[in-house]
Ligand binder design. Structure first.
Ligand SMILES: Nc1ncnc2c1ncn2[C@@H]1O[C@H](COP(=O)(O)OP(=O)(O)OP(=O)(O)O)[C@@H](O)[C@H]1O
Ligand SMILES: [Mg+2]
Length: 344
């Protein structure tokens, strides 16, 4: 940064570069290291996707960034404000949609948003227009006077996104925003999320178990066992696969695996009774494989690498959505986080 900017306050200097900065962050719960020395940055106005299997440390990282948990060591800052030492400035700059639902089901949609506007000291003159804007944005204005307990899962999630926007945060954290929703509702909510950076000038930090959602993120970090394994754009990540992916089903996978490994000197993996390997020249390899394995080949297919392949290669695991708990239960832990957060 040149000398002519030296009079700018730190948060403005940082806004030219990264809005979120995480350096060597560690969080231990007793003997368990939930977050293990992670570092990354998120640029303003982008969608940053945090991918990882259950228990990888995603929510723990979000809770530290949102000032709800103190790190064991390392630093995190948002908009130039330190998440530990300047927590009230950080809280003003962020909005959160928690992994578990935290709306008050016995209030109407409108009352939930008014309550939030009070908590965040939104000026009285601005309260009504902001609530109207947010409700319109998520297509719930006509349902504003309905009790939340009468809402579907997708409507509740949309209302939570609207609530997260009322105080005009710079960064919106979305922890599994579409989890447990049916595919159509998920796609519908996703349409709102991808529009957020442009329409609300907000940076998105989100976790997801859905690879098609990760595809549209500006950048993705894959985290496993508390460690970030790789960070990059979806295309950069896919390039790490190093070629096409060949999937083969045979009547004797054990023998076929050994044969192919010997033939091409590569690792062959097995998943759901199917063998797979990566190859720079997928088309050329297939005839050789068929020649070597003969009649035992039941099917062969060639696929360009997907983020799922990257995830599998990096973590040795597939993201399985069904293992994740439903997003519609209010756990006491989340309630207490929410109370802590709202107290400011
Ligand atoms: N308050 C806590 N006390 C003790 N251990 C915790 C606490 N919170 C999280 N953990 C542990 O830290 C690890 C990371 O948990 P975290 O909730 O961050 O995972 P996650 O990546 O969000 O997983 P999921 O995809 O299931 O939401 C897990 O082993 C979890 O059991
Ligand atoms: Mg989580």
């Amino acid at each position: 940064m040149g000398a002519k900017y030296s009079y700018l306050p730190p948060f403005l200097l940082n806004s030219y570069m990264s809005i979120i900065k995480v350096e060597n962050l560690v969080k231990k719960f007793g003997n368990l290291t939930a977050v293990n020395d992670i570092s990354f940055e998120v640029e303003e106005g982008t969608i940053f996707g945090f991918l990882g299997p259950n228990g990888a440390g995603k929510t723990t990282t979000i809770n530290i960034l949102c000032t709800l948990l103190a790190p064991t060591s390392g630093r995190a800052s948002i908009f130039g404000f330190d998440c530990t030492k300047q927590s009230s400035e950080v809280r003003k700059a962020i909005g959160i949609v928690f992994q578990d639902m935290t709306l008050d089901k016995d209030l109407t949609a409108y009352e939930n948003l008014v309550f939030h506007a009070y908590l965040y000291d939104v000026k009285k003159s601005e309260r009504e227009p902001r609530i109207k804007d947010a409700l319109n944005f998520v297509d719930l204005y006509d349902r504003r006077n309905d009790l939340v307990k009468k809402f579907s899962g997708g409507m509740k999630r949309r209302l939570e996104v609207a609530r997260g926007l009322i105080h005009r945060p710079k960064v919106l954290f979305l922890d599994e925003p579409t989890l447990g929703l049916d595919p159509q509702t998920r796609a519908n909510l996703w349409d709102f999320i991808v529009d957020l950076p442009r329409k609300h000038k907000v940076t998105i930090f989100m976790t997801t178990h859905y690879m098609e959602e990760a595809e549209v993120c500006s950048k993705i970090a894959i985290i496993d066992n508390g460690k970030i394994i790789i960070v990059g754009t979806p295309d950069e990540l896919k390039k790490t696969i190093g070629g096409d992916v060949i999937y083969i089903k045979t009547s004797d996978n054990k023998r076929a695996k050994l044969e192919i490994e010997k033939l091409f000197q590569v690792n062959v993996f097995e998943q759901d009774s199917e063998l797979f390997l990566t190859s720079l020249k997928g088309d050329a390899c297939i005839p050789e494989i068929i020649r070597a394995l003969g009649d035992s080949v039941l099917s062969v297919r060639l696929q360009r690498p997907t983020l799922n392949d990257v995830f599998l290669k990096m973590t040795g695991k597939e993201i399985r959505v069904e293992e994740v708990s439903s997003g519609d239960t209010i756990k006491e832990e989340v309630r207490s986080y929410r109370r802590k957060f709202d107290r400011g």
